[in-house]
Design a binder for this molecule. Structure first.
Ligand code: SF4
Ligand code: SF4
Length: 175
């Protein structure tokens, strides 16, 4: 047979039979707690030694003291959307619907209208993004021909008490 492709089928390893001790759960839970506690107290001890000026080769684990201290974000990270403004404060968006069309989560809702300026074809009357549905893929930013939508606000913490609260309107997005 011409161009026959041979495929080697690998058999998945059978899962290991759990021991009686593992099946009982309690000893394993106790073992996990013991390991966690050992790390916690060991780390605390290193920090206490350093606090009292005792020189030690060991470096205790440190963490960011969130929310007072925040981890620096990469310039490439995608954060909360913003609609770019023109000099007069109006949105640069021309309601071309490219972002709404490409959005895989279908969470952008735009209503466009003719722009009062004859040099600009359209502008958005309504521009909503449902951040409760958005997957932060950044395709809306990539698709925009006017560089009118960006994800560079650096804002990562946004929450709401309701699903409706996660819908950001044009006034929230214009920055
Ligand atoms: S980031 Fe992705 S999912 Fe979110 S609004 Fe833009 S295109 Fe839609
Ligand atoms: S792609 Fe850009 S210009 Fe077009 S509707 Fe979206 S934000 Fe507006």
């Amino acid at each position: 047979m011409p161009n026959e492709v041979k495929v080697k089928v690998m058999k998945a390893a059978a899962p290991r039979e759990r021991t009686l001790r593992e099946k009982a759960y309690i000893p394993e839970i106790a073992r996990g707690l013991r390991i966690t506690a050992a790390h916690f107290w060991g780390n605390l001890f290193i920090h206490i030694k350093r606090l009292f000026g005792i020189r030690t080769k060991e470096r205790g684990s440190v963490t960011y003291q969130y929310p007072e201290e925040r981890r620096p974000l990469s310039p490439r990270v995608r954060t909360l959307h913003r609609l770019v403004k023109r000099e007069d404060g109006s949105p640069r968006c021309v309601a071309c619907m490219m972002c709404e069309t490409i959005c895989p989560a279908k969470c952008i809702y735009i209503i466009g209208a003719d722009h009062p300026d004859p040099n600009i074809e359209k502008h958005p009357l309504q521009f909503d993004i449902d951040l409760g549905v958005c997957v932060f893929c950044g395709l809306c930013v990539e698709a925009c021909p006017e560089d009118a939508i960006r994800m560079d606000t650096g804002i990562l913490e946004f929450s709401a008490y309701s699903r409706e609260g996660m819908i950001y309107h044009m006034k929230d997005l214009l920055r």
